[in-house]
Design a protein around this ligand. Structure first.
Ligand code: GRF
Length: 194
């Protein structure tokens, strides 16, 4: 991946739709001297996403994109990415599908975090499904984004034990802590020696 912002850090955009705890964690890490990435842009389809507060607080450029027509939305996003010389996209709770043609434009440069041990439990309500199926473990996965939902090449996974009295919310909270750690570890893995 080409480094593009005058430092040795990769220019990165983070896409969010909601709370933004992964975004916050990525920002915190990006501020460290040894970080391999810098967050230049935050994209959201949702003007009310709580995570957008971090853009204001941290003075990071943000863009809210109207998703009524996906082709128009993606065209706008691609332009923003180009204008900001973005080389890497991190999806962090982004609730919109990324089209095949968009992925082609950013091949191998879009990463996502998903709260399950993929290929198990793609899509929504992952912890609820894992508990219902009496799984011993849930967890999280960082993977490349491919045209098929939650199906791209896996970068790293972390298993998290499911306890007998776990509710989906309790489990989600525990897994989230591991998500934060895993996302950074996965980025370090793919950005080393590039
Ligand atoms: C996380 O659980 C992530 O794995 C999933 O959506 C959630 C986003 O949480 N894709 P947050 O907005 O980063 O707090």
């Amino acid at each position: 991946m080409k480094k593009s912002n005058g430092t040795n850090k990769i220019s990165t955009a983070v896409f969010i739709s909601g709370r933004g705890s992964n975004l916050k964690n990525l920002i915190n890490h990006s501020r460290k001297k040894n970080s391999k990435f810098k967050i230049n842009l935050i994209i959201s389809n949702n003007s009310k996403a709580r995570g957008l507060n971090y853009a204001n607080k941290e003075k990071i450029k943000k863009k809210i994109i109207n998703y009524r027509v996906i082709q128009t939305a993606e065209k706008k996003i691609l332009l923003e990415l180009k204008n900001n010389k973005i080389k890497l996209i991190c999806l962090a709770g982004f609730m919109k599908i990324i089209s095949k043609s968009f992925i082609k434009n950013f091949k191998g440069k879009i990463i996502n975090i998903h709260p399950s041990l993929l290929p198990k439990y793609k899509g929504l309500n992952t912890h609820q499904k894992a508990i219902k199926n009496n799984e011993k473990y849930s967890g999280c996965t960082v993977h490349y984004v491919s045209p098929k939902l939650d199906s791209g090449k896996i970068i790293l996974q972390k298993k998290v034990k499911i306890f007998k009295n776990d509710s989906p919310a309790k489990l989600a909270k525990r897994v989230l802590k591991h998500e934060h750690y895993l996302y950074i570890k996965a980025l370090n893995k793919i950005l080393t020696n590039r």
